[in-house]
Ligand binder design. Sequence first.
Ligand SMILES: [Cu+2]
Length: 273
Amino acid sequence: MTNWFMSYMPLQASAHSAEIDHMTILVHWLMLIMFVGWAAFFVFVLLRFRKGANPTASYAGAKGKFAKGTEVVVALIEVVLLIGYAIPAWATRVKPMPADPQAVIVRVVAHQFAWEIQYPGPDGKFGRTDPKLLSSDNLLGLDKDDPNAKDDIVTSNQLNLPVNRPVLVHLSSQDVIHSFGLYEMRIKQDAVPGLDIPLWFIPTVTTDQMRQKVGKPDFEYEIACSQLCGLGHFRMRGFVTVQSEADFKKWFDDQEKEQHPAPVATAPPAANP
Ligand SMILES: [Cu+2]
């Protein structure tokens, strides 16, 4: 059943996705057993207490201990799933990211209906953003006069990440509640206006490797907004490109050159003859 179940799931592409899937499969097993069990019990009750066999209603109720016993067993299994699997998986995700100077730190800001991505640049500091600076060509509201913003890289709906390095995302929203869903990474987190919510994961499969796995040369990891956030919710899609370290560095350097071209050196004034 595990293989059958997994064939309906997005492929795993982050370090913790197998753990999440393991728990999801256990929960589905429990639900399947309960569905069959309760359905059989329901049919049994329909037959056992049919009008023909019980012409006069009994107001005392059934005396059997079976139903109560089953409820206790189901509750116990749920406690085991919660304490043994769900809480530990949640605790790892909300723990601070493993200290790693090589981690990629990025801001993701949701708005109706797109994802704005901000990389801090080589100085490691995010430039200031301000809602007053929002405009059609500055969808992040970045304060370009802030010294920390001078080397920041800003993209729309495109998040590039290196493979096998922890990624720390600072997630926020400019307007309503959105939800940052990366299905192959088994990541989903609400983006809430006024809050900076950290989340982290380690991508383990590059986009190129995933294209080969799924046999689709145009496959892309998608950032799907997972909260109904307005009329344009259906088109609120971003993309994640997971790259080798060298490809990521090249992409980053190209963005730096494109977004922050070095000031053109002006020729010194010609000396008067
Ligand atoms: Cu949204």
